[in-house]
Design a protein. Sequence first.
Length: 382
Amino acid sequence: MKKQLLSTSAIALGVALAAPASAQEWDLDWGGFFNTHVGYASVDGNAASAAAPGTDFDGVNVFVNREIHFTPSVTLDNGLTFGVNVQFEADNSSAPSANVDETFMTISSDTLGRIILGNENSAGYLAMGSVYTPGIGSMAINSMSLSGFIPLTGSAATQFRGAGMSSLTEVGRNNDTTRITYFTPSFNGLTLGVSYAPNGVVNAANNNAFDRNATALTDVFDVAAMYSQSFNGVDVGFAARWGTGESNVAGIDDPETWAVGGTVGFSGFTFGATYAENEGGGNNIKGNALQGLGSRDSEGWSIGVNYDLAGPWSIGAETYQGEVKNAGFNADEYEAYKIGGSRELGAGVSWDIYYVYAESSDGVTGAEIDADIIATSINLSF
C-alpha cells in the first residue's frame, strides 16, 4: 500500500526573521484518516494471564483508528510558510474520546529548513518514521494496536513508546510533550534534526510552570539523521537517532534511547529493518511508577518486505520482536508476525486482508498469551 499514515507527523518549518506580508490568504486545509478493522481472534493463555482458563477472548471484534486533522497554512511574500496542525481523535468509544492528539505550529522554508513548535513527537521519532518497516495495510504490529483484538501481558501491555513494543521510541517513553524541533534543509538527500523538551514526563500538562527539582525527567534532547535517495531505479532510505534527558530522581541515571533503520526498494520490492533500545536509567525493577524513567531497559527489532503486484494489489510480510528486562527474572517478551494483501480501490481508499500471530509473556509472573487474528479492513485517507 503506497500511503503512509505516519506522514501526519512530518510537517515542519524555518526561522521567521521576515518583514510583514501584504495580502496573502490562508489555505484552510484539512484531512485525516479513518480505518475500520473487522476480525476474528483466537486467544490462549495460562492461569497467570488475562486469558486464564474460564475467560473467553475468542470471536469477532471491531477495531477502529481514526483522526481528523486541521492543517491551515499561509505562505508569505518572503517565501516562509506558517501553518498549524491540530489532530483530533475521532473516537467516542475509548478514554481519549474527542481529545486532541498532536497540536503544533509549523514554519518552513526551502533555504532555512523546518521548525515544529508544540505538542509533537521528537526529531528522532519522526526520523525513524521515515523508514518505518514495510508492512501491508493499516494494522501496525510495530505498536500496541493489536490490543484492539487480543489481550497483552507483561510489558507488551504498557510499553508505549518503548523498544519492547515499537522502534518508534522516545526518551523516558514521553509522548507528544511540548517541544521545539528543527530540521535542516535536505543536502543531497541528507537531513539532520534536533529536538528539545523542557518537561519529559509522560503526558505532561501543557502551559504549566513546573518545579524541575520535583519533576522526574527534564531537559530532553533528541538528535536524528535521515537520508533518502534514488540510484538507477533503486530507492534507499536510512535513519538514525539518539536521545537523552536529565533524571531528577535520586539513584536513577539519565535515560537514553537510540535506533537505526533503513529501507531499500527496487523492481516492485521494498525491504526494511529497524533496531531500537531504551535505557530506563533504573535497576530493571518491574512496576516503577515513573514509567520510562527508572523503569526497565528494553530493545526490539523489526524486518519486513512488500511487493507491488501488477495492478492494484500489494502483498507483504513483517515481524516485530521485543523484550523488556527484569532484574533477577526472565525478560518480558513480545513477538508478532503478519502477512497480508492490500488493494487500492480508488483515491485514498484501500481494502486490506491479513493474518497475525502474536505472543506476549511476563518474565516475573510467568503469564503467557498467544493469539491468532484473521481480519479485513477498509482504510480511508483524505
